[in-house]
Design a protein. Structure first.
Length: 191
């Protein structure tokens, strides 16, 4: 069965890049990146908005073919609301990743590792950060239409988003969960 991604689907990735491995090791979480589908399509053609060095739009397969990818579809959310979420993310394309956000995430990660539970003290003290880190971009757009992932947008991590979606099957349906390159090879597709 070919998986067709829709506008507003939430994408979470676990990459083998040195930066992704460092993020996962530093914060102790399985997922290191979040994005949103803005142009519907199959795994090989869908386009996403994500935050890397800048907030950018690009192909899901193009940027994450060898990553483990989970895709969740929001349920009971009308297309007008999903479109509004996507437009918020699309409007931010080109913004730079906020270095200040990294420096508020780092103390929280250290404290979380020391105390063995999630701490968001530094981010809570500065909730006005622009939300250019990947999960803040997605959580902030959902929050703007009164939806959430169980945490404040400034405190969201890709793992929080994955945990919330997986733990709320009446609100999110997991529609994909593997490496895109393996999936397309099994389908006999050529990219």
């Amino acid at each position: 069965m070919r998986v067709y991604l829709q506008r507003g689907d939430v994408v979470l990735t676990r990459s083998k890049s040195w930066l992704a491995r460092a993020i996962r090791a530093f914060v102790g979480e399985a997922y290191s990146h979040a994005a949103i589908v803005t142009t519907p399509g199959f795994i090989s053609t869908a386009r996403i908005v994500e935050s890397d060095k800048r907030i950018r739009e690009g192909g899901l397969y193009e940027h994450h073919a060898k990553d483990y990818v989970n895709v969740y579809r929001p349920l009971n959310v009308d297309v007008v609301t999903l479109d509004a979420i996507c437009r918020i993310c699309e409007h931010r394309v080109g913004e730079r990743y906020g270095v200040g956000e990294f420096f508020t995430q780092a103390p929280d990660a250290v404290l979380s590792n020391i105390f063995g539970r999630r701490i968001v003290l530094a981010r809570r003290l500065n909730p006005m950060l622009p939300g250019t880190q990947c999960s803040g971009l997605i959580a902030g757009a959902f929050s703007a239409v009164s939806l959430d992932f169980g945490v404040e947008p400034y405190a969201a991590t890709p793992q929080n988003i994955d945990d919330f979606c997986a733990g709320n099957p009446s609100r999110y349906e997991k529609i994909f969960g593997e490496r895109p390159d393996y999936y397309l090879a099994a389908m006999g597709a050529v990219v």
